[in-house]
Design a protein around this ligand. Structure first.
Ligand code: PMP
Length: 390
């Protein structure tokens, strides 16, 4: 039943129609687009295109309404408990969303001697903005200390106990990642909240979880959520920053002073509707099973080492912990050689450094990341090729 559901969904991606095409397994970088997203975008551009938030004619009003609907849709997807006071800024991606927090909100919130926690082994988009804010404030005489988020790579998660010991009364802000873009670990955000207490502001980078699993701000009790639309089936150059108005000073990010990416917003609305209709729980079950199928096979190939949490199909809790991403290295091939070999055998994967921060894995590795259109047959074919490289 899951299989026929998946086949129906896969058939909706025109870029995957050619059976001789290499398998696309680089979804953590960006996703492919279903026909519904392409159609909604084309229909908007060919019938309604105008600037938003201005004008007194139908196209302009309709455009404004579509952009507002996209923001409402995002609140709804995030299970927002107070949509009347929260805010959604549409951005070009997660990078811009995180940068907006660092540039427009953080300086207002921090005082001399405050501390913020930075996840130095995560994506650089979730490291560099906080360092830049620290530099900026230092030039104004405000000293902010960056504390490294502790990791426990054996479990693939942050080290919540070490974090609880490290935070103090001056810890105001904690940047975290929901699903790690290299290790595929689904971080336990509840335990982050427990570790830092009720008053610290938590900013969640949900780039690798939106579109792959349910993300509820009510459940997670976070204050900011940044994500990429383009990794969640929408057009390139889309993303968002959700913010709640509970902790800290009011924040109304300036998202409307220029011309917004209206077609991108329409594509994001269509993508989120598509994901909702497909069923996010089923998508999670599907991609998690593919990732586990791959880690399980790799654990039996001596030449390969899987990075991060070592989960296999027989780990009881595995399906809650490993998401759609598996990163591994070969004992002698470099990451770019392995990437090249895999492409020559019909697989598009990510090689090189994965934009990971300074505390991250230094050795080159290859990342395989799945989405709902990927299949167990693709994974089995990949495993067959990897086994021949032993
Ligand atoms: N954070 C994480 C965890 C990511 O994986 C990525 C993209 N690789 C980003 C941030 C940056 O996202 P964007 O390309 O949308 O700016």
């Amino acid at each position: 039943e899951l299989r026929s559901w998946q086949q129906r969904l896969r058939a909706q991606f025109p870029i995957l129609a050619d059976p001789d095409q290499a398998a696309y397994l680089d979804n953590a970088a960006t996703s492919q687009k279903p026909q519904a997203v392409l159609d909604a975008t084309t229909a908007y551009l060919s019938t309604t295109n105008a600037n938003a938030g201005r004008g007194s004619y139908t196209w302009a009003n309709r455009t404004t309404e579509l952009v507002e609907r996209t923001r409402d849709r995002i609140k709804n997807m995030l299970d927002d408990p107070s949509p009347e006071s929260s805010h959604v800024l549409l951005t070009s991606g997660a990078t811009e969303a995180l940068r907006t927090v660092a540039r427009d909100w953080l300086p207002l919130h921090l005082r001399d001697g405050d501390e913020i926690v930075v996840p130095f082994a995560d994506h650089q988009a979730n490291i560099l903005p906080w360092q830049e804010t620290q530099d900026l404030l230092a030039r104004q005489g405000v000293r902010v200390r960056l504390r490294p988020m502790p990791y426990q790579l054996s479990s693939g998660d942050y080290d919540h106990r070490a974090l609880a010991a490290a935070v103090g009364p001056r810890t105001r802000f904690v940047a975290v990642t929901h699903v790690h873009h290299v290790y595929g670990a689904d971080m336990n955000i509840h335990r982050i909240r427990q570790a830092v207490g009720p008053d610290a502001v938590i900013c969640l980078d949900a780039s690798q979880s939106i579109g792959h699993q349910p993300v509820s701000v009510t459940d997670l009790d976070v204050d900011f959520v940044a994500f990429s639309g383009h990794k969640a089936l929408a057009l390139p150059g889309t993303g968002a920053l959700w913010s709640r108005q509970v902790r800290g000073p009011r924040f109304r990010p300036q998202g409307w002073s220029g011309t917004p990416n209206t077609a991108g917003a329409v594509s994001l609305l269509a993508a989120l509707d598509w994901l909702h209709d497909a069923g996010i729980d089923r998508i999670e079950r599907w991609t998690t099973a593919l990732a586990l199928r791959l880690t399980d096979a790799l654990s039996r190939l001596d030449a390969f080492h899987v990075l991060g949490c070592q989960l296999s199909l027989d780990t009881a809790s595995a399906t809650q912990r490993r998401q759609s991403i598996v990163t591994f290295r070969h004992r002698s091939l470099t990451s770019s050689d392995l990437g090249f070999v895999l492409f020559s055998h019909g697989f598009m994967v990510r090689s090189d450094n994965h934009c990971q921060g300074s505390a991250g894995e230094k050795t080159g590795s290859v990342r395989v990341s799945t989405h709902v259109y990927n299949t167990p047959e693709e994974i089995d074919r990949l495993v067959g090729v990897l086994a021949s490289l032993g």
